[in-house]
Design a binder for this molecule. Structure first.
Ligand SMILES: Cc1cc2nc3c(=O)[nH]c(=O)nc-3n(C[C@H](O)[C@H](O)[C@H](O)COP(=O)(O)OP(=O)(O)OC[C@H]3O[C@@H](n4cnc5c(N)ncnc54)[C@H](O)[C@@H]3O)c2cc1C
Length: 278
């Protein structure tokens, strides 16, 4: 195992361009260190990134909030800027692990690790956030909904790193919001089912709805079919058996040590029902 400590982001991006060996970034290390300790990762380059100030912090630019990839969950919970513009995002992250983990875990690490249970991702999905991927020659923006392409797989190239997460300042404006992370207990729990939801209601009609789930697929994802069916309907026009049917096509829950697939499906159905009735 080789450990590398770039002096700045430019130096880091040069290294990514030149060195083609298998590499991982050590941000908070809360996922990576476990994988190294368990022997899942061996013989790789480990690149420290947590000391690079250009990758950390929360700022505003015109209509967007820019969150550096190595910003910790605690920094997001403590941020006045996030409180002002994205209170739903901030409030929802209170159930992330425990204060100790919140201080160490980073937003970029949560995304890149790409666990089906990752708490940040369903929220970023309903907020329609973008991820900035940077290499030596360019930066590109990609919607978080297009970032994953398999279990812990994503579209990031070997010479790229996540540098920022970008959220529209008005992303929550006029939306009613919902977030429920169902686990075995309230703190330090891994999700069995997570539902994040945002909807706009005009009169009796749901004019816009975004739903995203965690722990129900190989990576967290939006429920586009369910959203399409609900959009522009009133509550009484919604046939809930149709919602259940469409949901069955969009999620692939599994049975594992935390829960079984039937439980996960029914909990998700109930969470959607709660949000619609809210
Ligand atoms: C006890 C415990 C409890 C936990 N509870 C929760 C929980 O409640 N909710 C939850 O969602 N997660 C939880 N986790 C998982 C973990 O804390 C999060 O996924 C965390 O956000 C990972 O961030 P990190 O900075 O520690 O990532 P690291 O461990 O440093 O890195 C993880 C992966 O991401 C890659 N990476 C890191 N930064 C970048 C970047 N900028 N660009 C590209 N790739 C990058 C690394 O190469 C590595 O593969 C828990 C973990 C533990 C050990």
């Amino acid at each position: 195992m080789k450990f590398i400590r770039p002096k700045d982001v430019e130096n880091l991006l040069e290294n990514l361009e030149e060195d083609k060996s298998k590499k991982y970034f050590l941000a908070g290390g809360t996922d990576l260190n476990v994988q190294i300790k368990n022997g899942i990762i061996r013989d790789a380059n480990i690149i420290y990134i947590n000391h690079l100030s250009e990758l950390s912090g929360i700022s505003e630019e015109n209509n967007i909030i820019l969150i550096g990839a190595t910003t910790s969950i605690m920094d997001i919970l403590d941020s006045d800027l996030i409180k002002r513009h994205l209170p739903y995002f901030q409030r929802s992250l209170e159930s992330f692990a425990s204060p100790l983990l919140q201080n160490t875990a980073t937003i970029g690490g949560n995304i890149a690790n790409g666990s089906p249970t990752a708490d940040v991702i369903p929220l970023l999905l309903v907020l329609d956030a973008k991820v900035e991927l940077s290499s030596k020659s360019q930066s590109r923006l990609i919607y978080i909904k297009d970032f994953f392409n398999g279990y812990k797989q994503n579209v990031m190239k070997s010479n790229e790193i996540i540098t920022h997460i970008i959220i529209d300042k008005n992303a929550e404006k006029d939306f009613l919001t919902f977030y429920e992370k169902v686990g075995s207990r309230r703190t330090l729990t891994i999700s069995k089912v997570t539902l994040a939801g945002m909807k706009k209601v005009s009169g009796q009609r749901i004019s816009q709805i975004r739903l995203a789930v965690g722990s129900l697929n190989e990576f967290p994802r939006r429920l586009f079919k369910v959203e399409d069916y609900i959009t522009d309907k009133t509550l009484t026009e919604i046939d809930f058996s149709r919602v259940e049917n469409l949901l069955g096509k969009e999620i692939t829950p599994i049975t594992d040590l935390r829960s079984d697939k039937e439980y996960r499906y029914h909990v998700c159905v109930n969470l959607i029902r709660s949000f619609l009735n809210q």
